[in-house]
Design a protein around this ligand. Sequence first.
Ligand code: NAP
Length: 248
Amino acid sequence: MTSKIENQTAFVTGSNRGIGRAIAEALLQRGSSKVYAAARDTDSLSDLVARYPDRVVPVPLDVTDQEQVKAAAATAQDASIVINNAGALGSGSLLEGNLAEFRREFEVNYWGPLYVARAFANSLARNGGGTFVTISSVAGLANFPVIPSYSDSKAAAHSLIAGTRFELGRNGTKVIGVYPGPVDTDMTKGMEMEKVSPASVAEHILDGIENGIEDIFPDPFALTYAAPYEAGHKMLERRTVEMLSQPA
Ligand SMILES: NC(=O)c1ccc[n+]([C@@H]2O[C@H](COP(=O)([O-])OP(=O)(O)OC[C@H]3O[C@@H](n4cnc5c(N)ncnc54)[C@H](OP(=O)(O)O)[C@@H]3O)[C@@H](O)[C@H]2O)c1
């Protein structure tokens, strides 16, 4: 199942900076008719609104606030593409790091997308199924011990992707997981490694949406995970869903 972006309405969390901003810009460049740009501070969207006054609708949203997520979904009822991009990285040693930071990672990276899935399930179904995208990370497929609790939260997001694929899939919603490697944003500031630009990641994500790709590995580092993922996690996901789909 493919999903064109031109003339579609999209909703993006954390659209004020980093990968989320790049996705919002790329959606607009590919002809989205409307982008609901969600951000905790909508003032940080003023330049985007100034450039696309007719097509960008700023939406105040802290994804950890379920009531605000419901209100955002009520505003964006016509969205047929929903993108869970907002993410947080706190981390530190599992044994000595700040537990409040670990909880915040789970609040943003797992509970946020779950609230969004619940809030948008019905409107996506009404809009023909649509596409539901969640950004996990390669760190969600194998724990990166330098950011261990973040990796845990992204593993939870990965599992949520498979779970929502099953449940939202019943309504005809295409559920896509995104597993980036290192991207040059505020999140990776100070981390010395090769990084790709958020703009290139955004283009790969939108190519994946348009081509109906279920699991998107949007950069060269991430791509080294694709074959092992297909042979491991993906094979187990398929086998489990097949088993559950057998008639009793
Ligand atoms: N950068 C990488 O190397 C990399 C790799 C793999 C996956 N990812 C994932 O890609 C996504 C985007 O990351 P990024 O690199 O663009 O990070 P970023 O530059 O740090 O931006 C994070 C975005 O998430 C928003 N956010 C954080 N907490 C939020 C909350 N409670 N409610 C709503 N929005 C919230 C931020 O908004 P504020 O401005 O209000 O803080 C910001 O817009 C994340 O899910 C991240 O985990 C990133």
